[in-house]
Design a protein around this ligand. Structure first.
Ligand code: HEM
Ligand code: SF4
Length: 563
């Protein structure tokens, strides 16, 4: 993985010193909160409902074990013993003391991490496929290109005051696992017929108030032009994106206003001036960066069936089926450690678990881990013959719930428990649903189902692209939940459709149950929930869910626990 050079170290150290001084001045009362706000946000520090929250970037989700151990240390020393992995492959700590933030950033710098550009109207953490470099269906490893973009965009003077935050995702496999259609720029690394590497460029996707899927503006951009072309897009956006209205400031609104063709034409015009300039990526420069992502020293192993010796172990079989993914090197597999155990807020990991995951990475996976945008952790390079042992260990630490891609593998933002923008809580709803369907055979029978939940329209929990999406809404000061179905991420991305009036928190588990009943009744043998929902439309679901009143008397499971 990429390592800081002397300049990176220097820049990050200087930034911490500068910030330490700003914090001291704030504490001494020399800076007002208003003056301090932009300074802290530039270092990833938000003010939340109860406390400060620090967001740390994990570039394209790739972590060294020592970096994961540092998260454990931060959780233990400066927070309440846990951290929250997010849909943008970041981690957030929710109970941070202002005075301690410079020390936290210094600790992070010691393992080559920071929180710069995790907030504000700039280019945010570039995200990528969590199986990059190992996926069996990969065409080109996207990480070197994500890294080039990271280096280029960090502190880019022209793009630190964009109309709005800007999110780039990159994927290099046949299957899109980076949700590129809902990003401001979504790149797919491709090879053309001549074997040259380039990018399919998608622009203007995003969720939030106006969910829109991105549009392709270029089918093939030769790789040497990655930065100049991205710069051209950014310039058009920077110049014409709306600055008068925060809700209309994203690039998707500009594209909608002027049309994809006109936008693409303007980008090409801008690019004509930039093409071939000093930012053109030479082969030498690309090779330098690619060298950081060389494949690990894999052993020559036969491909085996890990279940062969444990054929009667159903729990292990379930885990293999859901949590173990194919690897392009024979004898290896990628393992997803589930952060979705029932009773735990989705994406949360304790300090003990973080230390343990780091140990697993050292012992089983070349000392590396990845954060998925579904809020789980991946060990990408595990020998198949070690899977049983790894499973037993992971199970003992609550990290082997065999539910990846199933109903209880929910994406969920922090919602009203932490986030000051929330309209409603999301964590207790996730807990109640998980509790209601905490039956592994039933979950496996239902099969692939993405349930995504956000506590407000900002859509941090990706609810628009959930097969089932839940959105917290405010009605006369009380918390309600709007349900949509038929959304999807990946190659068949779609925005879900709202089924009707919203529900109370107490009704939500029953609503999910009714949606599933319709699915079980209507599905053809090969159909996933989303396929049935897309084939039939919302009508039969809507009809059944609203046919009879849903009891609201019961206490919501987990309600008080997370209050
Ligand atoms: C301090 C807590 C947070 C705040 C204040 C916050 C704020 C926001 C806002 C204002 C937007 C809408 C932006 C726009 O449309 O211009 C947004 C979108 C988003 N945030 Fe957050 N967020 C927070 C936490 C999170 C968390 C925990 C996650 C992941 C679990 C997350 C991931 C996202 C994503 C994926 C979007 C959708 C972007 C899009 O496609 O339009 N955020 N957030
Ligand atoms: S969706 Fe809303 S409630 Fe959830 S984290 Fe984002 S801003 Fe907060």
């Amino acid at each position: 993985m990429y390592q800081y050079d002397q300049y990176d170290h220097l820049i990050v150290r200087e930034r911490i010193a500068q910030y330490r001084d700003q914090v001291q001045r704030r504490i001494a009362g020399e800076l007002t909160e208003e003056e301090f706000l932009p300074l802290r946000l530039q270092n990833g520090l938000y003010m939340q409902r109860h406390a400060y929250m620090l967001r740390i970037a994990v570039p394209y989700g790739l972590l060294a074990s020592k970096q994961m151990r540092m998260f454990a240390h931060i959780a233990r020393k400066y927070d309440r013993g846990y951290g929250h992995f997010t849909t943008r492959q970041n981690i957030q700590f929710n109970w941070i003391e202002l005075e301690q933030t410079p020390d936290i950033l210094a600790d992070l710098a010691s393992v080559e991490m920071h929180a710069i550009q995790t907030s504000g109207n700039c280019i945010r953490n570039v995200t990528a496929d969590e199986y990059a470099g190992v996926a069996a269906d990969e065409i080109v490893d996207p990480r070197p290109y994500a890294e080039v973009l990271r280096q280029w965009s960090t502190f880019h003077p022209e793009f630190i005051a964009l109309p709005r935050k800007f999110k780039v995702a990159i994927n290099g496999a046949v299957e899109d696992r980076a949700a590129i259609a809902v990003h401001d720029i979504g790149l797919t690394v491709v090879k053309n017929e001549a074997g040259e590497i380039g990018f399919k460029v998608m622009v203007g996707g995003g969720m939030g108030r106006t969910p829109i899927l991105g549009s392709v503006i270029r089918e093939f951009l030769p790789r040497e032009h990655l930065l100049t072309y991205t710069e051209a897009i950014m310039r058009v956006y920077n110049q014409y994106g709306r600055r008068d209205n925060k809700y209309k400031a994203r690039i998707k609104i500009l594209l909608k206003a002027i049309g994809v063709e006109d936008f693409a034409r303007q980008v090409e015009e801008e690019w004509a001036d930039l093409k071939g300039n000093a930012e053109t990526l030479t082969l030498e420069e690309m090779e330098r960066i690619i060298a950081y992502f060389q494949p690990h020293a894999y052993a020559t192993l036969p491909a085996i069936d890990p279940l062969a010796e444990h054929a009667d172990n159903k729990a292990f079989a379930n885990w293999l089926k859901r949590n173990v993914k194919p690897h392009k090197v024979p004898g290896y597999a990628a393992v997803v450690l589930s952060l979705k155990k029932t009773g735990v807020p989705p994406g949360d990991a304790t300090a003990e678990q973080m230390d343990f995951m780091a140990d697993l990475a050292d012992r089983y996976s070349f000392g590396e881990l990845r954060v998925t945008h579904e809020q789980n952790i991946v060990l990408a390079d595990v020998e198949q013959r070690q899977l049983f042992k790894l499973w037993q260990e992971a199970k003992a630490h609550g990290l082997a719930t065999p539910n990846i891609g199933l109903l209880t593998d929910m994406i969920c933002c922090p919602g009203g428990d932490f986030c000051s923008l929330a309209n409603a809580k999301s964590i207790p709803i996730a807990a109640a649903i998980a509790e209601r369907f905490d039956h592994i055979d039933f979950l496996h029978d239902i099969g692939d189902l993405e349930l995504n939940m956000s506590g407000c329209i900002n859509a941090c929990g990706h609810h628009h692209v959930g097969h089932i999406g839940i959105l917290g809404v405010d009605k006369d000061g009380s918390e309600w939940y709007q349900v949509s179905i038929g959304g999807a991420q990946g190659n068949q991305s779609a925005i879900g459709k709202i089924i009707g009036p919203s529900f109370s928190a107490q009704q939500m588990p029953e609503v999910i149950d009714r949606l599933l009943q319709v699915y079980l009744r209507e599905r053809t043998p090969e159909e996933r929930f989303v396929d049935t929902a897309q084939r039939l439309g919302i009508a039969p679901f809507k009809e059944f869910v609203y046919a009879t009143p849903i009891d609201t008397a019961g206490r919501l499971v987990g309600e008080d626990e997370y209050a």
